[in-house]
Ligand binder design. Structure first.
Ligand code: ADP
Length: 264
C-alpha cells in the first residue's frame, strides 16, 4: 500500500512526491506519507530505493520534482524555512564534526550561527552533551573521541536547537553492534524525554523494529513506498524487548515485507 495515514496530527505530509535527478535518474515516485506528531518512523529498504532522497527532501536540502511536501505550521510548505529556524535537526551517517574545534564548540555551532551569545550557547551545548552521555568531554577534540562518541556529539549538535523534527540518515551504520545498541537505547530515551518527531533511515530490519512505532518499507526502481507497518510494542524498550519473542515476531514480519519489496 502507498497511502499512509498518521494517527495524530501530522508534522510532515508528502503528497505524490517524486524526484528525478539532473542526470535523469528517477530516484522516487508517487510517495504519499503523513508523519504524526511525536512519532518514530523508520524508512526501510534496500540500497538505492530512495530513502536518503526522501529524507533530504523533507529536510529541504533538495527539492522534489513532482508533488508537495508540507510541514505543519509552515504555510509556505518549505521545510528549508523551518530548518533555518532550527526546527529540523539532521544527523548524517558520518558525524561531520569540525576537526579543529572541541566537542563543545562543535555543538555550539548551530546556536552561534543563529546569533545566540557565546555564554548562552556554551551552556546549552554543555547540557546537550550531557544529555547524550558526554558530560566531561566538552574540551575533547574529535580525533580523541571514539566513533560512537563522535556520533553522540553529532546527535547533540542536531538536538541543541530543540528541533521539532529529527531526521537521521543511517547514523549508526558504521558503528560496532554493542555501540549501536547503546546508541539506539540512548536515542529512544532522548526521544521520550524531548518529544521530537523522528524519521530514521536504515536498511537494518532489527534496528528499525527496535526503534520505531512505524516502519515505511520502500522498494527500488523506481523508489516507492510499498508497505507501512506498525510496531505495536510499548516504550520504553530495552534489552528485555530486544530478546523477546514479540521482537522476533515483528522482525520476521518486517523481514518478509522487505523481501517482498525486493521481489524475492
Ligand atoms: P538509498 O538512500 O535508499 O540508498 P538514495 O536516495 O541514495 O537511495 O538513491 C536513490 C537513487 O537515486 C539511486 O539510484 C541513486 O543512485 C540515485 N541518486 C542519489 N543521489 C543522486 C544524485 N545526486 N544524482 C543522481 N542520482 C542520484
Amino acid at each position: 500500500m502507498t497511502g499512509v495515514v498518521a494517527a495524530g496530527p501530522s508534522v510532515v505530509t508528502l503528497q505524490g512526491v517524486g524526484k528525478r535527478y539532473a542526470n535523469g535518474t528517477l530516484a522516487v515516485q508517487g510517495v504519499e506519507m503523513a508523519i504524526g506528531q511525536g512519532d518514530f518512523v523508520s524508512l526501510l529498504g534496500p540500497s538505492g530505493c530512495g530513502k536518503s532522497t526522501v529524507l533530504r527532501m523533507v529536510a529541504g536540502l533538495i527539492a522534489p520534482t513532482t508533488g508537495r511536501i508540507e510541514m505543519a505550521g509552515d504555510t509556505r510548505g518549505a521545510a528549508s524555512a523551518l530548518r533555518a529556524t532550527g526546527d529540523v535537526g539532521f544527523v548524517f551517517q558520518e558525524p561531520t564534526l569540525m576537526p579543529w574545534s572541541n566537542a563543545l564548540k562543535n555543538v555550539m555551532l548551530p546556536l552561534r550561527l543563529a546569533g545566540m551569545s557565546r555564554g548562552e550557547a556554551a551552556d546549552r551545548a554543555a547540557a546537550a552533551l550531557a544529555s547524550v552521555g558526554l558530560a566531561g568531554f566538552e574540551k575533547s577534540y574529535p580525533r580523541a573521541l571514539s566513533g560512537g562518541m563522535k556520533m553522540r556529539v553529532s546527535i547533540a549538535r542536531a538536538l541543541v536547537t530543540k528541533p521539532r523534527l529529527l531526521l537521521m540518515d543511517e547514523p549508526f551504520a558504521a558503528l560496532d553492534e554493542i555501540t549501536r545498541h547503546r546508541l539506539n537505547n540512548d536515542l529512544l530515551t532522548l526521544w521520550q524525554d524531548e518529544r521530537f518527531t523522528a524519521i530514521f533511515v536504515t536498511h537494518s530490519v532489527f534496528e528499525s523494529v527496535y526503534l520505531s512505532r512505524r516502519i515505511v518499507v520502500m522498494a527500488a526502481r523506481p523508489g516507492r513506498v510499498v508497505e507501512d507497518i506498525e510496531v505495536n510494542a510499548a516504550y520504553p524498550r530495552g534489552e528485555v524487548f530486544r530478546t523477546s519473542a514479540e521482537y522476533a515476531a515483528h522482525c520476521r514480519q518486517v523481514s518478509e515485507a522487505l523481501h517482498r519489496a525486493m521481489g524475492e
